[in-house]
Design a protein around this ligand. Structure first.
Ligand code: ZN
Ligand code: MN
Length: 267
């Protein structure tokens, strides 16, 4: 049987043995189900960190847990907002408790090195809170040696790559929702899920500095994309993904020491 990096494809006996013998990092991707314009599928924020985690694990001998596929509510300036049909979000406390509960379960089974990789901007502080509650409760249960790394994959893009991909200047990560980076990465990872004929060509969204609650959906481009992905290519996507994987491999080594592949050769 072929080696798998996916926890959900292992039987419980092999999983248990891997945890005890190899002490792998378990990587947990977190995403959202959120509209990404007319040209991308709604699962971009889950598909991208999942693919990066799987590529990292194949190199390091670590494992990838099933992705948390729903995220916190989409916000106008970073995800277009929660009013779009299809954008299916969790209340903050629900996400916090999902994160807390799965972390505690991993710890109960013997995981001591855990990584969360977030693909959806709005999740950030809810993940922090879920991590904090889990660590607090685990300490009370006598488990005080679980360590958790949280990686924002997009921050591993180098300035040189950003300069190459955005010759007219990088608009910043929030406006990249369904923009050049996510579209390029999807063209590289999942080309069959991208329709470049439908890429919006409108100018980038122009938001005021302040936020309004409730917000006016008319302030958000009706396409759902916050900038145009017309210069996206699969080659740019590969440049990004290569840096994301290299960056995450290096981060795991820094956080947890020796790559686990030293103990286990992954085909
Ligand atoms: Zn996204
Ligand atoms: Mn998102």
């Amino acid at each position: 049987m072929a080696e798998t990096v996916r926890v959900c494809e292992l039987n419980w006996i092999d999983y248990d043995r891997r945890l005890r013998e190899d002490a792998p990092v378990v990587m947990l991707p977190v995403g959202s189900l959120e509209q990404h314009g007319p040209h991308l599928p709604m699962h971009c924020d889950a598909l991208i960190p999942t693919a990066i985690c799987e590529a990292v694990a194949a190199r390091t001998g670590d494992l990838v847990a099933p992705t948390i596929s729903y995220g916190y509510k989409s916000q106008p300036k970073s995800g277009g907002g929660n009013h779009f049909p299809g954008t299916t979000s969790l209340d903050g406390q629900t996400l916090i408790f999902v994160v807390r509960d799965v972390i505690k379960e991993f710890a109960r089974h013997g995981v001591r090195k855990l990584t969360l990789m977030d693909g959806h901007y709005e999740n950030n502080m809810f993940l922090v809170e879920g991590i904090d509650l889990a660590l607090r409760e685990l300490r009370r249960d006598g488990i005080d040696d679980l360590r958790i790394a949280k990686l924002p994959y997009w921050e591993y893009a180098s300035q040189a790559t950003l300069d190459k991909v955005f010759p007219d200047g990088f608009p910043g990560w929030p406006l990249e929702h369904a923009g050049v980076m996510e579209t390029s990465v999807m063209l590289h990872l999942h080309p069959a899920l991208v329709n470049m004929d439908k890429v919006p060509t409108h100018p980038p969204a122009d938001f005021p500095r302040h936020d309004m609650y409730p917000y006016d959906p008319a302030t958000v481009p009706s396409s759902g994309a916050l900038s145009s992905a017309r210069i996206a290519t699969a080659e740019k996507g590969k440049m990004f993904v290569d840096e994301y994987v290299d960056g995450a491999v290096a981060a795991l080594a820094e956080a947890f020491g020796e790559p686990r592949a030293a103990k286990r050769v992954v085909a």
